[in-house]
Write a protein that binds this ligand. Structure first.
Ligand code: NI
Length: 255
């Protein structure tokens, strides 16, 4: 029983073989997945998928890379979409300082607006962070994001930063990079973050775990992430699978 908390099955890379991909996920023991949308196209597709498959849930939001394009009309549209009964989180939202399409100040404004919206909707946040840890933590504090709670998605920061996020009542979600040989930071985070605050994800089609690194990722591979965490923590695979699935259900309010 695995819960992949972050998939992009709404990505065009899955157009041709989605049934097979879902079949392999089921075989690997993946029970639930959250399909994440981050613009109009991917949100629409995520909602189509959750209507079609009972074991899929959705998260909707506007990606920081495209913050510059988000209008007030888009925000209203997102609010309407977020009221779909199978939307269990708001995101992915956050800051991405790697790409410079959207200036930092605009990203921050859009991030704050969406945190406020998620709080109004009563949804936990899914946070995307690239090279922006300090500003993200500060904004989460200033906006009292603790009230919403949420997930630090594909967490790549230090164990110290992880602790700051835990203090904000956020969960730490680990993905493929924890399986990479030289990934010292995620491995340390896997050891130090308590099991009741950890989640697992693939972020597929991106960030495939070892030995599929560089290839298209898919939800079945979340098993490799759970196995790696079990090895690092020195506990059983079953315990990691069960605990991370229970954490996800608790956070998303899924029975
Ligand atoms: Ni993602």
């Amino acid at each position: 029983m695995l819960f992949d908390t972050h998939v992009h099955l709404n990505d065009d890379q899955f157009n041709d073989d989605l049934e097979e991909v879902i079949g392999r996920a089921k075989e690997a023991g993946v029970e639930h997945m959250v399909v994440v949308g981050f613009n109009r196209k991917t949100v629409k597709k995520a909602l189509q998928l959750v209507d079609e498959y009972d074991f899929l849930y959705a998260s909707v939001g506007w990606h920081p890379v495209d913050a510059i394009d988000m209008t007030e009309e888009d925000l209203k549209w997102l609010e309407e979409k977020a009221r779909h009964p199978k939307v269990v989180a708001y995101g992915e939202i956050g800051l991405d300082y790697h790409w410079d399409k959207s200036p930092k100040d605009i990203q921050q404004k859009v991030f704050r607006k969406q945190i406020r919206l998620a709080k109004k909707l009563g949804l936990p946040l899914i946070i995307h962070n690239r090279e922006a840890t300090e500003d993200i933590v500060q904004i989460l504090k200033e906006e009292n994001a603790k009230e919403a709670g949420g997930i630090m998605h594909c967490f790549s920061g230090s164990a110290e930063t992880a602790k700051e996020c835990l203090a904000l009542d956020f969960y730490i979600s680990l993905g493929g990079p924890v399986t990479f040989k030289n990934a010292k930071k995620p491995k340390k985070v896997a050891v130090e973050v308590p099991l009741d605050r950890l989640l697992i994800e693939t972020d597929c089609p991106y960030l495939a775990p070892h030995p599929y690194r560089g290839k298209r990722n898919e939800p079945a591979y979340v098993k490799l992430v759970a196995e790696q965490i079990a090895e690092l923590k020195g506990i059983s695979y079953e315990d990691v699978a069960r605990a991370t699935a229970e954490n996800a259900k608790r956070l998303f309010g899924i029975q």
